[in-house]
Design a protein around this ligand. Structure first.
Ligand SMILES: [Zn+2]
Length: 366
């Protein structure tokens, strides 16, 4: 177990009822709040109180690798990678095809990221494999492990690889949160991109942390909290503060220290940690040489012009690059139902196929 003195402090002051936050149980933690409200750093501070952290469903660029930073209290780290990918770094790797529960036993942090796979399809397939291993095969346990779900959408997309129906995948996700405790899994859920399941997650969560709400304010069923906390202070809450509502109905105000290892927004973590990724047998045309922002610019410009030539001219890129990116975008959507590049950049066209009207096949002009 990590020494508590190394861990970010987390204090609460009860406003209604009182209880201890129990980190020795496989509890479910949910953190609610606007972008940049410090949700994911709060979940990291909680996760670090568990003996083992499995950080799988990241969204932002490899945020989950921050556990490797020298400031992190965890030293035994394992990367799960896709097939035909070599990840060269000072940390050991295991290919998802060979992963067993034993690998989890022997390490403190087990993580994987989109960057470790060849395609979005392989990434979500990998996530699905890891999830079933943890949920279905961990039938006997002594101590709970912490699963960090930074982006619930990724867990739902992983489930979609099996069930092919998004309502079913969402229902399965909620069911999996409910059943996690039977496999000794504590779970921390950060962003919910489908607001229609937000309430269902809250109903399952043992602890709901409410961070800065922004102008939207609290959902209807949580508005009773305004009797205890000023709407204004919730709206503008500082990242280190939170309101905690427990499943028993107890309510607290709290404060935590920002984990020293948390990834800064602009930090290039792969570069900083000297992690080198080589994709074997993958042609350059897969588009990995173009940044996410460039991908999004190309997709947007192409959507507006519906012309590879005009897009290339506008952005001063080769027409072949534009073509690769549009193909990648469409292939992503056909494989996974959405484009991960656009999704990471929060681009609304993440589910929109970019095809010229009246064309049978996709963008055959390049
Ligand atoms: Zn895209």
């Amino acid at each position: 177990m990590t020494e508590l003195t190394e861990l970010p402090r987390l204090r609460v002051k009860w406003l209604r009822g009182s209880q201890n936050i129990n980190y020795s149980r496989p509890s479910t933690f949910f953190s609610l709040g606007t972008r940049g409200s410090g949700k994911s750093s709060l979940l990291e501070a909680i996760a670090a109180r568990y003996i083992k952290v499995i950080d799988l469903f990241g969204s932002k660029d490899s945020e989950c690798l921050a556990w490797c930073k020298p400031e992190s209290p965890f030293k035994k780290i394992l990367f799960i990678t896709g097939r035909n990918v070599t990840v060269a770094s000072k940390w050991p790797t295991v290919c998802v095809d060979r992963l067993t529960l034993e690998d989890f036993e022997q390490n403190q942090i087990i993580t994987t990221t989109y960057a470790f796979y060849n395609t979005t399809h392989e990434y979500f397939e990998g996530l699905q494999k890891i999830t079933s291993l943890l949920w279905d095969q961990r039938t006997y346990w002594n101590e709970p492990w912490f699963i960090l779900i930074r982006e619930a959408a990724n867990m739902i997309y992983a489930r979609l690889q099996i069930v092919k129906d998004s309502d079913q995948a969402k229902a399965d996700f909620i069911q999996m949160l409910r059943e996690a405790r039977h496999s000794g899994l504590a779970v921390g859920v950060d962003t919910i991109r489908w607001t229609n399941i937000d309430k269902e997650v809250r109903d399952v969560a043992d602890y709901t942390f409410i961070k800065k709400t922004g102008a939207i304010g609290l959902p209807k069923d949580l508005r009773f909290i305004y009797r205890y906390v000023q709407p204004d202070s919730l709206m503008k809450m500082e990242p280190q503060n939170f309101v905690l509502l427990t499943i028993e109905g107890n309510l607290a105000m709290g404060k935590f220290d920002y984990p020293s290892w948390h990834k800064e927004e602009r930090e290039n973590i792969l570069f900083k940690l000297d992690i080198d990724i080589e994709r074997l047998g993958v042609e350059k045309e897969q588009g990995y040489n173009v940044s996410i922002l460039e991908h999004v610019k190309i997709a947007e410009s192409y959507k507006a012009t519906m012309s590879m030539g005009k897009t290339a001219k506008q952005l001063n890129r080769a027409k072949s690059t534009v073509c690769e990116q549009i193909k990648l975008h469409n292939a992503n959507i056909n494989e996974s139902g959405f484009c991960l590049e656009c999704h990471k950049a929060n681009n609304p066209i993440e589910k929109e196929l970019l095809v010229r009207k009246g064309r049978g096949s996709l963008n055959d002009s390049c």
